[in-house]
Design a protein around this ligand. Sequence first.
Ligand code: NAP
Length: 303
Amino acid sequence: MSDSVKKVALLGADGKLGPAVLDTLVAKGFQVTVLKRASSKSEDTYPKGVEVVRIQDDFPIDVVANNLSGQDAMIVTIKGSQTEIQYRLAQACVKAGVKRLIPADFGSCDSSSPKAQELVPLFKRKTELRDQLMDLGKDSKSFSWTSLVCGHFFDWSLEFLHIYLKERKADILDDGETKWSASTLSRIAEATVRILQNLDATSNKMIYIQSFCISQNQVIKAYEKATGSSWEVTKYDSEKYEKEEKRKADDGDLEAVENLVWLLGALDANWESKENFAMKTLGLEDEDMHAAVEEVVKRESKQ
Ligand SMILES: NC(=O)c1ccc[n+]([C@@H]2O[C@H](COP(=O)([O-])OP(=O)(O)OC[C@H]3O[C@@H](n4cnc5c(N)ncnc54)[C@H](OP(=O)(O)O)[C@@H]3O)[C@@H](O)[C@H]2O)c1
């Protein structure tokens, strides 16, 4: 497989992660086509040179394949739970000769982990999609895929991380010393683009990256430093917390599902010892967690 991706299609350019990926693709000189559903209400305000193609909402394989003709790669940043659309996109990629698909994994945790699958159905669905991609990859000489696992988005929703900036409060699990990998949106975007620049090394694999690997206590200390104040910390026993949130999640409580994702991403998400930890492969180095926290505090204080 030759390392020569020039034309990239992106679905999900208007989500949480999509804009960072789009900006990085454009900055690195890729020719980008944004795909969107016909009913999309998002404005087409993308950087100069980005093409936009609207496709009927159910993304029929033939229609998508026609629109993907000539594309080298496809990146998907819609919700990870939207696996049916993604499988149709993958089949369209095979038909159109697209070399690499990066599906909407970008997980807080490792979707292949049995514990993650048991606690949160989303991770089972991501794994089922990956199994389908593996089959497509086996059957096709030209098609391949890469799933990127990045840990919690570090600079997106602080509430999702149980960090309450205005109130100077945070929650931690157990003693707060367990290390977890986390990534800023810009790091995830950079890693995504580097996959396209390293096709051979990343082919048909789930790979892991991070901005840094930190403990909850280290994160809180960084927020205390950046805000010049001491924070109130509430500790939860993880076993009890997990049981209670799982029961609520099973009863349909969506906040409890998010709490379980938070727990998994804080206790079962240290990628540094993973076989496919791809920082070296992608030429990436750890970032400065304190600088990332300062950026977040600066951004949030403007709002
Ligand atoms: N690690 C973490 O902490 C973390 C946190 C959040 C998300 N994620 C992962 O990041 C990835 C992206 O998630 P996200 O939360 O950024 O996504 P998101 O914000 O929900 O994505 C919204 C985008 O998806 C498009 N979209 C929504 N429904 C669609 C449909 N039916 N057909 C076609 N396009 C549709 C929207 O386009 P229009 O509305 O314009 O049509 C918009 O561009 C996922 O893999 C997710 O699991 C990870």
